[in-house]
Write a protein that binds this ligand. Sequence first.
Ligand code: NAD
Length: 269
Amino acid sequence: MSELPGIVITGVAGRMGRMLAQVVAASDKARLVGGVVRPGHAWAGQDLGLAMGGTANGVIVTDEPLEAFARAQAVIDFTSPAATLEYAALAAQARAVHVIGTTGMEPADIAALAPAARHAVLVRAGNMSLGVNLLVQMTKKIAAALDEDWDIEVVEAHHRMKVDAPSGTALMLGEAAAEGRGISLADHKDSGRDGITGARKRGDIGFAAIRGGDVVGEHDVVFATAGERVVLRHLATDRAIFARGALRAALWGQDKKPGQYDMLDVLGL
Ligand code: NAD
């Protein structure tokens, strides 16, 4: 048993953190060896199983990430951009695989991960599910086949607590469409329309976000031209799909060279 890779989960009290704790604890391919919370969090020092409202599992929650990472072969991190940057440096110090599900990272944040990736394996994806990563590939192919007479729009829906928009997944899909079309998303992104916006600009990739209730995550990629529309759709109904993908990435990364990877690498797509 002790041969199995040890996994630490950061932001373990969060929505994804709790789901990850359940998925890793139930896995026969990994051991749950730690849970990290932000400094001073009420769960620090408590048994994780009890804190989650179940039975004791012997994993003590800590607010000292480095001490936890030093005991692990992988860190699974679905938190916030600021926390993820801090954890990247510490995971690299501990030579642990760092699986990053955190979204809302700016280009400067992503650039700041480079030093960590010189020493450790980083796997980062705005969406860790198999279905969405297949959708990314299909989006790229369809965008490559269609010219600018076809308008591309990404429409997403999430629960009311989500703090960033467009979602990390919507941006992944937009990047895939831009790549397929051979353009830069930064130069063609149109998001947050409001008021007298004028007509849609030919060649732009548009984004729209719906927020409400407990929606886990829904994404449509719409290709629209005169007289017809193609719509690719992914509906997530259970956060476990992201947790299972993240665990798969943590295991996949064990024998890889330091560097930055994504879920397309993990899934071999
Ligand atoms: P959440 O708010 O429920 O949980 C976030 C956790 O991170 C909380 O426990 C919070 O205390 C902790 N945290 C935040 N800032 C911190 C800091 N500075 N230091 C220490 N801890 C900190 O959110 P969630 O729904 O679990 O989502 C978390 C992240 O994962 C978001 O960015 C979300 O978009 C992303 N997400 C990614 C995927 C994917 O497949 N890549 C899927 C779902 C969610």
